[in-house]
Design a protein. Structure first.
Length: 278
């Protein structure tokens, strides 16, 4: 679940600490376990994201999956949120609430899952194409995935959070897409949201210096149209103001001595649609 900066600022984490936690090898092992299970949950959904299926039904499948694997959906009852996942369809940027409306042929949907396993948070999201989708939607999905990958490639000790944002912004804007500013990635581990914030735009060298042991998400939201968004009266659902399509991918990563580890890789190789290709 992405952070609205006014809600989760970069000076105070949920744990009440203003410092950035540097985690050890045992923590990385815990994050790998949680991240892998979250990725498995998204893998499980591949065969269920079809025309006629409701996002509420997908939410129920994740609840069942979590219960079967002794995990807890982090979003469930988080600050009043009542669902196990977020489902953001078409022009919904993030934090879409599962409901009774059925998916339709040609929709694109981001499904965001965070599972708590032995106290560790595995946070990841992926785009799903519902049946055959328009070429512009396919292209947006491809651009968003590549933008995330370029952000991950910028993670190494001595770089800054600005290197991550700059890599994402440079690529997305060169592809004539826009980067959402209102939401960002975040530190995590024992808590759902910690420092540092990870902006998906910026300047190399700006921000926090990356050090081994840091753990955070990279989760760019890329719009086909303009970058501006608004939050609906439900207090959660963020949509594009121009109603153009939006896409998002998310991985949880940890900074190592050499670069970074990705905790939320798909066990089935389902990284970017079409997932049937593996």
């Amino acid at each position: 679940m992405s952070k609205v900066e006014p809600v989760f600022d970069d000076t105070q984490s949920e744990s009440g600490e203003g410092t950035i936690t540097l985690y050890d090898a045992s923590a990385f092992a815990g994050m790998h376990k949680a991240g892998r299970l979250a990725a498995q949950a998204l893998d499980m959904l591949v065969e269920h994201v079809l025309p006629g299926v409701t996002t509420e039904a997908l939410d129920e499948l994740i609840m069942e999956f979590a219960q079967q694997h002794d995990a807890i959906p982090a979003t469930l009852n988080y600050r009043g949120y009542t669902k196990a996942i977020c489902t953001s369809v078409n022009h919904v940027v993030c934090h879409g609430i599962p409901g009774p409306k059925a998916l339709r042929e040609g929709d694109i949907v981001n499904i965001d899952v965070t599972l708590i396993v032995n106290g560790w948070h595995g946070d990841t999201s992926r785009m799903f194409a519902v049946g055959a989708v328009p070429r512009k939607a396919e292209r947006l999905i491809d651009v968003t995935y590549e933008a995330m990958q370029r952000g991950i490639a910028a993670v190494k000790p001595g770089h800054t959070t600005g290197h991550i944002g700059a890599a994402i912004q440079k690529f997305a804007e060169a592809e004539r897409c826009s980067v959402v500013r209102e939401f960002c990635g975040h530190g995590l581990g024992r808590h759902f949201h910690e420092r540092p914030n990870i902006l998906h735009y910026g300047v190399e060298g700006d921000g926090v210096v990356l050090k081994p042991g840091m753990i955070f998400t990279i989760e760019p939201m890329i719009n086909l149209g303009r970058a501006s968004v608004k939050v609906l009266p439900d207090g959660w659902t963020a949509v594009t103001r121009d109603r153009q399509l939006s896409a998002q991918f998310e991985h949880s990563v940890g900074v190592t001595e050499e670069g970074c580890e990705v905790f939320t890789l798909s066990p089935k190789g389902y990284h970017c649609p079409p997932y049937a290709a593996g």
